[in-house]
Design a protein around this ligand. Structure first.
Ligand SMILES: Nc1ncnc2c1ncn2[C@@H]1O[C@H](COP(=O)(O)OP(=O)(O)OP(=O)(O)O)[C@@H](O)[C@H]1O
Ligand SMILES: [Mg+2]
Length: 396
C-alpha cells in the first residue's frame, strides 16, 4: 500500500497527512482562545519542506467549522509574479481572500453587510464597484492606500462583529510571508502597521509562516526584542520527523517499501526527516525489494537531481561568484575571510553575494561561520563533482 502525497501537494487527505498531533493540539488550542476574545499572534517557522503549508491547510480544515479562516499566500498576486510586490497588492490579496473565505463559509447576506461596513467605516470611496455581486471599494489609486488598507485591515474584526452568531472568531493565515521582504524600504513601516492592526483586534488571530531560515533577519524583524511584534508573538518551530516517526510513517503509508535496519536508518539520514524529501524519495524507490544501506545510497545518488529540483533551479540563477561561495562551503562551514581567501578576492567584495545567498536561504550564518542550509544541495554538488570532476558552474 502506498498512500503518500506528492512533494508539491498542499492539501493532503487525512490518510496522507501524518502525525503532527502535538503541534496541531498546541496550535489549535492557542487559536481557539480567540473565542474568549484573547487572540494569539503566531509565527510558524521551520525548514523548507517540513510541512508548514500543509499544516496550515489542515488547521483550516479542522477549525473551519467554528471560525472564518482566511489563507493568504503572498506569492499569489500578479504583481508578485512580475517581481514588484507593493503594500497595495498585499492589501488587495487580503481583501480578495477574506471575501473568498466568507463566501466559501456561506455567511449570509455578505453583500449587504459589506456595504454596511463600508458605509460605517466612513471612507470616502470614489465608487463602489461591483464584481460578481461583491462590492469592492475603488479609490483613486496610490494616495488612497491608507484609506483602503484601513478598511481592509479592519474588516476581519468587523466581519466577526456582524457574524458573531455564526463564527467564534476570524483567523488570518499568512503563508510565504518572507516575500514581504520585497517591500524593501517599506517593509518596516508595513510590519509596524500590521502590528497595530493585529493588536487592536480582539477576535482575530494571526498566524504567519513562510520559508525562512531560523537565522533569518526577518524573524528578528518580526519576533525579536526590537522587532515589530517583539514579545507579543509566539514563535513555534515545526520540526522534521524524527527517526521513529519517519520509520512509522513509512510502515503505515508506504508498506510496499521494504527496508533492512541499516537501510531505513540510511533513508532517514538522507532525507533528514524532512517530509518533502521523505515523500519524493519514497516514491522513487522500487517496491517489494529489500532496501539495504548500499541500495539506498545508490538510489539516493540517482534521485538527487529530482530531490533537489527546486535547489538546482535556484543554483542555475546564481551568479558565478555566488556559486563559487557555495562550493567553498561544501566541506565545512567557513568564516567570511576564509571564503574570500578561497575565492582569491577581498572580504568586502563578497558581501553582496553573501547577503543575496542568505536571502535565498541557500546559506546561513551560524556562530560566525557560513554554511550550506540544505544538505540536498550539498550532496548534489558533491556527487556532481565526483562523477565529472567539475562543478556545474555557470559559464562566464
Ligand atoms: N504531516 C505530513 N504528512 C505527510 N506528508 C507531509 C506532511 N507534511 C508535509 N508533507 C509533505 O511535504 C511536502 C511539503 O510540505 P509543505 O509544502 O507544507 O512544506 P513547507 O514547510 O510549507 O515548505 P516551504 O517552506 O517550501 O513552503 C508536502 O507536499 C507533502 O508531500
Ligand atoms: Mg510552504
Amino acid at each position: 500500500m502506498m498512500d503518500i502525497a506528492w512533494g508539491s501537494d498542499e492539501e493532503l487527505t487525512d490518510k496522507q497527512f501524518y502525525n503532527r498531533i502535538s503541534d496541531i493540539e498546541f496550535i489549535s488550542g492557542l487559536l481557539d482562545s480567540t473565542r474568549y476574545g484573547s487572540s494569539p499572534t503566531i509565527l510558524l517557522t521551520g525548514v523548507r519542506g517540513v510541512g508548514k503549508t500543509v499544516l496550515m491547510k489542515k488547521l483550516k480544515k479542522d477549525l473551519g467549522k467554528d471560525y472564518l479562516i482566511c489563507y493568504v499566500n503572498l506569492t499569489s498576486s500578479n504583481t508578485y509574479q512580475m517581481g514588484k510586490l507593493q503594500r497595495m497588492d498585499i492589501i488587495k490579496i487580503i481583501y480578495n481572500e477574506l471575501i473568498n473565505s466568507a463566501e466559501e463559509k456561506g455567511l449570509n447576506t455578505l453583500n449587504q453587510k459589506l456595504k454596511k461596513i463600508i458605509r460605517t467605516q466612513n471612507i470616502k470611496i470614489d465608487k463602489l464597484l461591483n464584481f460578481e455581486g461583491i462590492p469592492i471599494p475603488i479609490t483613486s489609486l496610490e494616495e488612497d492606500y491608507p484609506k483602503l488598507s484601513e478598511f481592509v485591515m479592519n474588516l476581519p474584526q468587523k466581519l466577526y462583529e456582524e457574524y458573531s452568531d455564526e463564527i467564534k472568531g476570524v483567523f488570518i493565515f499568512f503563508d510565504e510571508f518572507q516575500n514581504i521582504k520585497d517591500l524593501d524600504d517599506e517593509m518596516d513601516a508595513f510590519l509596524w502597521y500590521l502590528r497595530s492592526k493585529v493588536q487592536s483586534q480582539k477576535n482575530v488571530a494571526y498566524l504567519f509562516s513562510g520559508s525562512m531560515s531560523l537565522k533569518d533577519k526577518l524573524i528578528e524583524d518580526i519576533a525579536g526584542k526590537e522587532g515589530a511584534f517583539g514579545g507579543r508573538i509566539l514563535t513555534i518551530e515545526i520540526k522534521p520527523f524524527n527517526y521513529v516517526t519517519t520509520k512509522n510513517y513509512l510502515e503505515n503509508n508506504a508498506s510496499d517499501l521494504q527496508f533492512t535496519k541499516d537501510g531505513i536508518k540510511r533513508f532517514y539520514n538522507c532525507t533528514k526527516g524532512v517530509p518533502f524529501y521523505i515523500n519524493i524519495f519514497a516514491k522513487l524507490l522500487p517496491v517489494n525489494e529489500k532496501m539495504n544501506e548500499e541500495k539506498i545510497i545508490k538510489y539516493f545518488k540517482k534521485s538527487l537531481p529530482i530531490l533537489g529540483t527546486h535547489l538546482i533551479n535556484q543554483w542555475g540563477k546564481l551568479t558565478y561568484q555566488e556559486q563559487r561561495i557555495i562550493t567553498s562551503l561544501i566541506d565545512e562551514p567557513l568564516k567570511r575571510v576564509d571564503i574570500a581567501k578561497s575565492l582569491n578576492v577581498t572580504s568586502g567584495s563578497i558581501s553582496h553575494s553573501l547577503n543575496s545567498l542568505q536571502n535565498k536561504i541557500l546559506i546561513e550564518l551560524n556562530n560566525g561561520k557560513y554554511e550550506i542550509t540544505d544538505s540536498i544541495l550539498k550532496y548534489w554538488l558533491k556527487n556532481y563533482y565526483k562523477e565529472r570532476k567539475v562543478y556545474p558552474y555557470r559559464s562566464m
